[in-house]
Ligand binder design. Structure first.
Ligand SMILES: NC(=O)c1ccc[n+]([C@@H]2O[C@H](COP(=O)([O-])OP(=O)(O)OC[C@H]3O[C@@H](n4cnc5c(N)ncnc54)[C@H](OP(=O)(O)O)[C@@H]3O)[C@@H](O)[C@H]2O)c1
Length: 270
């Protein structure tokens, strides 16, 4: 790993918490700040902490690993209203990260999002889940909100799903006229590979802003995901993958590549 892409872990943060930050945060940073996503000025550049002034952002899946970081970067970008959804048991956790309204995802559809946003202009919808159903929901929200920015779009993540973006969501987004007074909805896809040369202008300052004793993490402006540690070292990778496959809620699954304990400033290997 090139040294410009790593950052010192603040003393307040464990190795396990730190392990879950880079990939998911990078995906959000590209979605928000690169032109393949929405293309805003990032919060570490002049004026970037105010780009969301007077605007709202909709984030689908605020309790997911990516979603938790999206809520926090939206806050750091100065969005006045962050509307998202999660399971009921995670609503308070997502609010504590900076979301203004967290809808119960089991019972809320486009109508509830539109009501939650109200009269505030929606800059864009970020789909932190990027399943076919959430992509369709993202398009429906943008088609129904009262006000949306001229450059608004739905930003999704590349997933392992073979049909991406979802063909139904694309078709829905092309509707115009009476069926969709707000006009077409463009769907953009991003991939969070921060080591790629053309993304370094984002990934390097992002790591600088996050890490060290003066960074966002140390100052509690950016909170790492809660960790679900799978014990057992490298031998437990299959178990951890199975856990992810079954689905986790509001946590990041972490495997320590060795089995040991951090005691008095040194690793004690078992
Ligand atoms: N392209 C990239 O660079 C990149 C990078 C990282 C991740 N990803 C992709 O992004 C997606 C999310 O990854 P992740 O690691 O953040 O996931 P994750 O944390 O494992 O997601 C689980 C969480 O998603 C929430 N959730 C599940 N279905 C939902 C739905 N229909 N609506 C709203 N929330 C829902 C659940 O919320 P509740 O428990 O509260 O119900 C759960 O807490 C995956 O497809 C992953 O492959 C892409």
């Amino acid at each position: 790993m090139p040294s410009s892409l790593i950052a010192p872990i603040p003393t307040s943060t464990s190795f396990e918490q730190a392990a879950g930050i880079s990939l998911a945060t990078m995906a959000v940073a590209i979605a928000f700040y690169h032109t393949i996503g929405y293309g805003m000025t990032p919060p570490w550049s002049t004026g970037g902490e105010k780009v969301g002034k007077g605007k709202s952002m909709v984030i689908l899946g605020g309790a997911s690993s990516v979603g938790q970081y999206a809520v926090q970067l939206a806050k750091l970008s100065g969005f006045e209203k962050i509307v998202t959804n999660s399971g009921v048991e995670n609503i308070e956790m997502v609010k504590a990260l900076g979301a203004d309204i967290v809808l119960d995802r089991k019972v809320s559809g486009a109508r509830e999002f539109v009501e939650a946003v109200g009269e505030m202009e929606v800059a864009f919808v970020f789909d932190a889940i990027s399943a076919p159903s959430t992509q369709r929901l993202g398009v429906e929200i943008l088609q129904a909100v009262e006000k949306r920015s001229a450059d608004s779009c739905l930003v999704t993540l590349h997933t392992v799903h073979p049909d991406h973006p979802d063909p139904e969501a694309v078709k829905l987004g092309l509707k115009e006229g009476k069926e969709n007074a707000n006009g077409k909805v463009e769907i953009r896809q991003v991939l969070g590979l921060g080591s790629q040369k053309d993304l370094r202008y984002l990934s390097e300052p992002l790591m600088g802003a996050l890490g060290g004793e003066e960074g966002w993490i140390a100052k509690r402006k950016f909170v790492p995901n809660r960790v679900r540690l799978v014990e057992g070292g490298l031998g437990s990778v299959d178990e951890a993958l199975e856990l992810n496959r079954k689905g986790v809620s509001g946590v990041k699954v972490v495997v320590r590549p060795w089995d040991g304990e951090w005691v008095g400033g040194v690793w004690v290997f078992i």
